[in-house]
Design a protein around this ligand. Sequence first.
Ligand code: CA2
Length: 152
Amino acid sequence: MPDRKPIYVLNGPNLNLLGTREPHIYGHATLADIEQACVARAGQLGFTVDFRQSNIEGELVNWLQEARDNAGAVVLNAGAYTHTSVALHDAIKAISIPVIETHLSNPATREDFRHVSLVGKAAKGVIAGFGATSYLLAIEAAALLANESKGA
Ligand code: CA2
């Protein structure tokens, strides 16, 4: 148990605005609320969480590279970069730990430009459309996958 690596929860552009605008799409929870819920759920499963947000694509790439050695799994809500970033796609491909693409909304039911996910072409799986609960489902998937790869 004590040698378990943390689950990284990485958040992309504009997710720092959660809870302030567009609650009909993204809900009323703030990113701090979501962080607290992730920490609690991961704790029940025996994991710690390293929770981060950046509006900068390259910073997300750096964090994915860092996760390769330092995390058991990654929950990634890349925000709008999901649909555009070859760099994030390549960074996910370059690391061997599981990456779970996660969304508050369900991009498949929204504008056409959200129907393509470059992140999804590299990620282990996708959880979307459950609001803040998407993150908790993703933490559960991350914990399962991290345990599997550790042989637990
Ligand atoms: O549903 C999701 O989690 C998304 O990743 C959210 C992204 C969007 O570009 C993706 O297609 C789906 C947008 C995050 C922006 O968040 C805001 C929060 C409050 C107010 C405005 C934007």
